[in-house]
Design a protein around this ligand. Structure first.
Ligand code: B16
Ligand code: MG
Length: 220
């Protein structure tokens, strides 16, 4: 095996669903009697739903029994799904289709590697599902990023060696997961936050197709 595989995170890389996660967590916080800010929402990026609720309850100083915890996770997700329901192609982040198209035409294997359990319906909503050879998400993993599990499963399903995989990520934990998987990590977003990435770009408009070609030429 010596081909190059590409693995995309979802939230913050393909679409900005963080704003909908924020609204749904804020609604829950308000219902529980406290505020939740945009700054605090930064802590939630790339983090599993369960871990997000643990952090939220810490912020609010609230102790929950198992039944309450499960109810609030469910409520938050139901609320989040109402925002997702209204999504369409206009919410795809700039130049993502250009890169996906280039990779698909070049017959490079493409995977999604996301913490979200809603990845499949979101990709369907924005009409990008057909680009992905495999989808590995929160439903398929036992360990959250920064554990490399999600990306290693993706590489395995693509039939590509981990060291020949290139990961696009917007969260620090995601970059750490890619590095731990021995993959090439590309940080999308704030270079300071993502300083552990092998390469950094603010968004896909900054990624020249020649740059991708350069990364793949030894592995095709
Ligand atoms: P869900 P990613 C992550 O997506 C989000 O960044 C994170 O904020 C969210 O809690 C997590 O998915 C779980 O999402 O509640 O839909 O299962 O960045 O890994 O694509
Ligand atoms: Mg993300």
């Amino acid at each position: 095996m010596n081909k190059t595989g590409f693995i995309f995170d979802l939230d913050g890389v393909i679409v900005d669903t963080a704003k909908y996660h924020y609204l749904a967590w804020k609604n829950l916080a308000n219902e529980l009697g406290f505020e939740f800010t945009h700054e605090q929402n930064e802590l939630f990026k790339g983090v599993s739903r369960k871990r997000c609720l643990e952090i939220l309850l810490d912020i609010g100083g609230i102790k929950a029994n198992q039944e309450e915890f499960d109810t609030w996770m469910f409520e938050k997700n139901e609320d989040y799904l109402k925002y997702i329901e209204k999504m369409d192609e206009s919410e795809i982040l700039p130049d993502v289709p250009k890169v996906l198209e280039y990779l698909q035409v070049g017959k490079f294997p493409i995977a999604l590697g996301s913490a979200s359990k809603n990845a499949q319906p979101i990709l369907k909503k924005v009409n990008l599902l057909s680009y992905f050879d495999t989808i590995v998400d929160g439903n398929n993993v036992t360990k959250a990023k920064p554990d490399p599990e999600v990306f290693l499963i993706a590489a395995d399903q693509l039939g590509v060696d981990p060291e020949n995989c290139i990961v696009f990520e917007d969260a620090q934990a995601g970059i750490q997961a890619a590095n731990a998987a021995n993959m090439i990590s590309i940080g999308i977003g704030d270079a300071k936050t993502l300083s552990e990435a092998d390469y950094n770009f603010n968004d896909f408009t900054e990624i020249d197709l020649k740059f991708l070609e350069g990364l793949t030429k030894n592995n095709i």
